[in-house]
Design a protein around this ligand. Sequence first.
Ligand SMILES: [Fe+2]
Length: 330
Amino acid sequence: MEIKSLGYIGFGAKNPLEWLKFGTEILGMMPARAVPGESWGFPQDPNFKIASGGKGISEDGSVYLKLDDYQWRLGIHQDDENHGILYIGFEVDNVSKLEEAKKHLLENKIDVLDGSEDDAKARGVGGLIKLSDPSGNPVEIYYEPTLDYKFQSPIPNQTFVAGHLGLGHLMILAANREQTYDFYTKILGFKLTDYISFEGGDGAWFMRCNPRHHSMALSKFGEANGMHHIMFQVDSIDSVGKALDRINAANIPISSTLGKHINDLTTSVYIKGPNGWDIEIGADTLNIHDDDQWIPKQFVEGDIWGHHGIMDSIAEVSAEIEEKADDGKN
Ligand SMILES: [Fe+2]
């Protein structure tokens, strides 16, 4: 099965408009020029106006953000309860690859639902299937995303490193790490790039589906299941530094100071996003081009420099998730 990239992701949020402000003013994303499902009209029709008017807000109040040629990469939907992942979209090349993927999943006894035409419209794609990973994260596999070009960051001169490498990366906390890892590697076909394991079975595992060092990372930290962070890669260290200036000016809490990871060589800062989990803004991430020669290795001693607070942040986010899960049970 050939997943090409992490294409889109949807989150729940108390107030999606908060994300619109944060996504544009802090991260430098652009509101989707048209929200998925609405008409682009006829080419060169001078009288046609896109209904959402480039505001990135759909009729139901969802917010869609764009960071490259893709029509949208982040969908934020009003949800009072769930402020985590509503769906993770992985891209395959075309309809026959999607059919192959479905067959492969069914052979591996994974429940798969066909997305309806309305589902495909709601994502602006040619078609999709729906499933769940063993940690309960809803996963979608799709083909033919809408690309509309004309990305223009509200932050002068900033661009994102995305396109065929996908939107960035995601680190999820997975209590049943082994099963979730087996799902992503043995079934979806991700490759292990590297890992760090702690005493007692906790640790982090970094997996790739294209040259980007990792598109998905799994972290086992106690019993928590959910989001730890999403990473967006910008064009340069200067763009990371300028983001840090905006973060400080807006008094956004920093959960891990500027630093450089020893494995993917990313120089980044982690901040608390509107949903309470972290957002990593980084540059200079390693791409792996010698795929066949690459040997997954354990890195043992953390970061090259900086990233102070990262372990506390993982512990904090995990504890919040576990607390919430316990509240739900009581
Ligand atoms: Fe990361």
